[in-house]
Design a protein around this ligand. Structure first.
Ligand SMILES: *Cc1c(COP(=O)(O)O)cnc(C)c1O
Length: 407
């Protein structure tokens, strides 16, 4: 199907806000219907996530040399592939530009030729959630939202609270009552209204959506608006640039709602269309907790979507997501890339988080520890071979989980 060019959309409500001139439209990930980017919008009316589409040939013509070093060392260096068309509009705390660390010590103890850790704990608010919410809050404010709502099992709430404060917007964060204390305290200190919910992230999501509808707040839940994934996409752009425009053989990513994985894959597709990458595709691996592993189960059963996981339980708050709205996208990517999905125990995550700390000097979150636990299993099952180049994603700082590390 062809695309509609929404850049000349005559009925846009906020025409004076400059959207990135390379941005064509918002396309439904399921039914392919397109929508204008000049409006506050959540899902496609068919109930599925919207993805931002760019005029990539035009980007390619304007940027023949890929990215040059003179640009800012934040995610905004990729501005042609991000939504706002005005750098003044950015709501930024310096997100992105995180280190890709050569984990040589770990690699040799595992018998691998190359192993890197992309350390997302270096982001504002201590997790990669900053990337998505910088992009989402930028667009929400530019398009006229005044109050924002989010369900959060952990780090997303703090990131929304920070960017909303920076933007002068009100933030409503819906968290499970048993959320790690650091996450709740962080939201409160940043001026957000915290709503504690008896239940899981899915219950928070339902309540946030309800309250948003009733009160005219804009719901920025994962994949329920089009721009968080654009911020997360910069994980993939940065990784490629840091590896001199090639990609590793295997990427291991701790998967909750899956925006990081879906965003990275979107970046790889866009870079390939721009001619910036060779043809090698990394095998994408989702790691989940064995107490909440809907993606692992659906992957193993060959299903296109996940069944909701009942009685979800794990200490890794970011992985306590019993059902993800973009589950079909995650599963498609794992299969298309020749990847897989692995479950690990909470004990393994914490043990391997300590291993990463002692070996590489990184105080990682349990979700980061989960990637090393998964890697060990994948070496054992020979999914990962000694010659494979592997990237682990440490998605956040261990400092938010002090209660778990107290011996
Ligand atoms: C949110 C979160 C995850 C899961 O990320 P998704 O992109 O939603 O799958 C993993 N780790 C941490 C620390 C998180 O905060």
């Amino acid at each position: 199907m062809g695309y509609t060019d929404c850049r000349s959309d005559p009925c846009s409500p906020r025409e004076f806000f400059p959207v990135n001139p390379f941005l064509l439209n918002l396309e439904c990930s399921a039914c392919s219907k397109v929508h204008s980017p000049r409006q506050l919008i959540n899902l496609c009316p068919c109930g599925n996530p919207l993805l931002v589409r760019y005029d990539l040939p035009a980007v390619q013509a304007s940027l023949p040399q890929k990215f040059q070093g003179s640009r800012p060392q934040t995610m905004w260096r990729y501005e042609e592939l991000l939504p706002p068309g005005n750098s003044q509009a950015r709501i930024s705390l310096g997100e992105g530009g995180t280190p890709l660390l050569d984990a040589g010590g770990l690699a040799s103890s595992l018998g691998l030729s190359r192993l890197w850790i992309k350390d997302e704990s270096a982001n504002p608010t201590g997790s990669f959630k900053a990337r998505g919410l910088s992009a989402a809050v930028t667009m929400a404010k530019a398009l006229g939202a005044e109050k924002l709502a989010i369900p959060s099992a952990g780090n997303a709430g703090g990131a929304l609270a920070a960017y909303a404060a920076r933007a002068g917007l009100q933030a409503h964060v819906f968290m499970p009552r048993d959320v790690p204390p650091a996450n709740r305290i962080e939201c409160e200190a940043l001026g957000a209204r915290v709503h504690l919910v008896d239940g899981l992230i899915t219950d928070c999501g339902r309540l946030a959506a309800q309250q948003a509808r009733a009160n005219g707040w804009f719901d920025v839940a994962t994949l329920k608006e089009p721009y968080r994934i654009e911020g997360k996409k910069t994980l993939g752009l940065e990784l490629a640039e840091q590896l001199q425009w090639r990609l590793p053989d295997v990427i291991i990513y701790p998967t909750g709602g899956g925006t990081g994985l879906v965003g990275m894959w979107k970046a790889f597709q866009e870079m390939r269309q721009l001619g910036w990458l060779d043809s090698k595709q990394p095998r994408m691996v989702s790691v989940q907790a064995d107490g909440c592993a809907p993606v692992v189960r659906a992957f193993e059963q060959g299903k296109p979507r996940c069944e909701p996981w009942s009685q979800a339980s794990t200490l890794a708050a970011g992985l306590r997501v019993p059902r993800a709205i973009g589950d079909f996208l995650i599963l498609e990517i794992l299969r298309q890339s020749g990847g897989t999905a692995v479950a690990v125990t909470d004990r393994e995550m914490l043990d391997e988080a300590r291993t990463m700390g002692r070996s590489e000097g990184l105080f990682v979150c349990p979700e980061g520890g989960a990637t090393l636990a998964a890697l060990k299993k994948l070496i054992q099952s020979r999914f990962v071979r000694p010659s494979d180049e592997v990237v682990l994603f440490n998605t956040g700082s261990g400092l938010k989980y002090l209660h778990l590390f107290e011996a």
